[in-house]
Each structure stands twice: as C-alpha cells, then as structure tokens.
Design a protein around this ligand. Structure first.
Ligand code: F42
Length: 351
C-alpha cells in the first residue's frame, strides 16, 4: 500500500514545505496539492516542495484541462520532474463546474477532456510530438523542447529498435485521473496510471472498482497496472472526540451537501438529516452545522478516530482493491501532531 497526503495551498507556502518535509520523514510516498485558482498556485507550490524534499513524489491532486491547457501542465510537470530528480506526478480531473462557470469557462464533455488530456500529456512528457483531432482537443502540432530522451530498453536490457534506430523516450511521469462518476472511472481506467477517488468508505470503492475493471479490460490492461487511490477526508486523534475537534465535521458537511442522493442512499443515510445539512450550509449557518452532522455521515464520508480505527478502515479499503491511501483534509486537529502520529502509529502497520 502506498501512502499519500493532500495539502490545500490556502496557507503560506512555508507551512506546506514544513508539513511536506515532516510527511517525507514520516514515510509518506506522495504529496498531492489541490488546485483551485483562488488558492496559491499549485505549480509554484510544487516548486517550493520539490526544492525542499528528497524522496516524496509530488504533483497536483488535481488540476483540470479547462483552466489550464494540458500542454502547459505537461511543461510544468517536466520542469518539476527535473527539479526533483524524477519525482513528478500529474493528477488531472474535470474540475469544479461552478468555479469554472464563474470564470466564464465552458465545461463541455468533461470525460473526453480528461481522457484526451491524459493522452496529450503522456506524449508531451515523453518528448514525443502530439497531433490530434479529438472531441475536445484539436492539436495541430505540440512538442516540448526540453525533454531529455534516453534509449528505451526491453525486459532483457537491450535497446528497443524501430526502423533500424534505437527508440528514445523521456522519463515516464505517472498520470493520475481524479474520478468519481461511472463514465469517468471507466474511461480513465483505459489510459491513466492511477485513479484518485474522492471517497473514504469501502462501499464506494466496491462500486468504483467494477467500473475501473470494465475500463481496464476494454483497453486490454491488467488492473494491477493502475494505482487506485482512496483520496479520503481524514482526522486522527488520541480519541474519537479529539479527532473531531478540528474541521472534520465541516468537511463532512460539504461532502454530504455535494453528494448526489443515490450516494447518500447507498450509505443508508437519513435523507431528512442530509437535507438539514444542505440547508444549513446554504444559509451559511456554521454555528448549528456541526450539531447536524451524524455519526453515520462521518462514518460514510471520512476516516475519523483513533489509530486503531484508522488502521482498520485502511485495511478494509485495501481488501476491496485500494492501493494508495491518501490522508486528506483536515488530517487532524493539529497537522504537525497528526503527521507525526500517522508516521509512528499507522504507516508501519500498512506498508
Ligand atoms: N477538483 C478541483 O477543482 N480541484 C482539486 O484539487 C480537486 C481534487 C480532487 C482529488 C480527487 C478527486 O477524485 C477529485 C478532485 N477534484 C478536484 C474534483 C474533480 O475535479 C471533479 O470535479 C470530480 O472528480 C467530479 O468528476 P467526476 O469524475 O464525477 O466526473 C464528472 C464530469 C461527471 O459528472 N461524470 C459523470 C460520469 O458518469 O462519469 C457524467 C459524465 C458526463 O458528463 N458525460 C457527458 C455525456 O454526454 O455523457 C460527457 C461525455 C464526454 O464526452 O465527456
């Protein structure tokens, strides 16, 4: 099991650098930085992280092809890969419809946009030329000038030849899709190296895995090639009450409000209680909101509690096919303490 951590760049970058260094020491494999234009810029943040760390893989979790061209994302990833000695990854999803429409950006064919952008970035990051006539992207000719190419070797270590010449490629930068919907899961499973799924409960992954399997089979891929990541809402504490002291309930409130009814029903949640949460959020009533969040909602949409509870949940996610556990916001009432505790009490039990 890989272990990742998510940070939102809504805090000064020196804090994110401090937490990422701590996460690296604690044994985390990946750091994912969320991308919303109204926060600090994701690639500027990743530059600071790349320059201050040694081993942790770094990438946006997730950017989108609507507010930035895949050509620019590929260029940024190649730059971070160079700065970090090969530690860049890319996470890309559909983006947030409401935010994008606020910017006057059309959210047309989001699934095709993500799938095509993965193909686009794959070619560019490998140093190849991309010409494409897709549903979303019409690319006459794109190529990055700075990718250093090396001979591709076969399983026996011999150079792969084509037309009498050795085939050369740039370093492979893993590309992950952020996906929830059935079509997005199935279609991105055909092209992505990993899938970041914003969910915390095994029930959601059982359903998601079926779609990922369908997609992988359609593309003739072994599902083991795909790193399936649970991008969770997480909060750890010495007791469940302590873990709930930070923003865990607020995060759960936003998930309840943003989830379609079938997802709420899948978790047998009381619809009246969920509608109450939606109403309080709409009114901006943050005083009464925590009181409206039930234990069932927390259990469905977050991993909150003691180390034993967290380990048990991670193991049950692993059983249904999750291969990367991402510790997402709020992480804990105090991030520094939580990262240290995860390194000491959780990572040794799950890696
Ligand atoms: N969004 C951000 O803006 N910033 C972040 O930092 C961020 C992080 C993140 C991490 C993990 C993760 O899983 C998601 C994350 N997101 C973040 C949210 C992400 O950007 C998406 O908003 C979110 O994943 C929801 O997307 P989705 O996978 O559910 O796909 C959407 C488009 C959807 O509705 N899909 C449905 C489906 O079945 O997959 C419907 C598909 C659809 O629209 N089909 C159309 C059709 O006509 O059938 C279009 C078809 C076509 O060709 O595209």
């Amino acid at each position: 099991m890989r272990v990742g951590i998510e940070f939102v760049p809504d805090k000064p970058i020196d804090k994110l650098v401090k937490w990422t260094k701590l996460a690296e020491e604690a044994g985390f494999d990946n750091v994912w930085i969320t991308d919303h234009y109204n926060n600090r810029n994701v690639w500027a943040t990743l530059t600071a992280l790349a320059l201050n760390t040694e081993t942790i893989m770094l990438g946006p979790g997730v950017t989108n092809p609507f507010h930035i061209s895949p050509a620019l994302t590929a260029s940024a990833a190649v730059t971070i890969n160079e700065l970090s000695n090969g530690r860049a990854v890319i996470g890309i999803g559909a983006g947030d419809k409401v935010t994008l429409s606020g910017l006057g950006i059309k959210w047309d064919k989001p699934v095709s946009a993500v799938v095509e952008s993965i193909k686009y970035m794959r070619k560019l990051t490998l140093g190849s030329t991309f010409k494409y006539d897709g549903k979303v992207f019409k690319v006459k000719r794109a190529k990055l000038a700075v990718v250093k190419k090396n001979p591709v070797l076969d399983a026996d270590g011999n150079p792969v030849m084509k037309d009498g010449k050795p085939v050369k490629e740039g370093p492979k930068i893993p590309i992950y899709a952020g996906a929830q919907g059935p079509m997005m899961l199935k279609n991105t499973a055909q092209v992505a190296d990993g899938i970041l799924i914003n969910a915390s409960h095994p029930k959601d992954f059982e359903i998601a895995m079926e779609k990922i399997k369908e997609g992988a089979e359609k593309a003739g891929r072994d599902i083991k090639e795909i790193d399936v990541a649970a991008y969770t809402s997480f909060s750890i504490g010495e007791t469940r009450e302590a873990a709930l002291k930070g923003d865990a309930k607020i995060v759960v409130a936003f998930i309840v409000a943003g989830s379609p009814d079938p997802v709420l029903e899948r978790h047998d949640l009381d619809m009246d209680a969920c509608n109450k949460v939606r109403q309080l959020l709409q009114e901006g009533n943050f005083k009464e909101l925590p009181g409206a969040i039930t234990d069932e909602m927390i259990d469905a949409f977050a991993v909150v509690g003691t180390k034993d509870h967290c380990i048990e949940r991670i193991k049950s996610l692993e059983k249904v096919g999750v291969t990367q556990f991402v510790v997402g916001s709020p992480i804990g009432p105090d991030k520094t303490t939580a990262i240290e505790q995860i390194g000491k009490d959780i990572i040794p039990h799950i890696k």
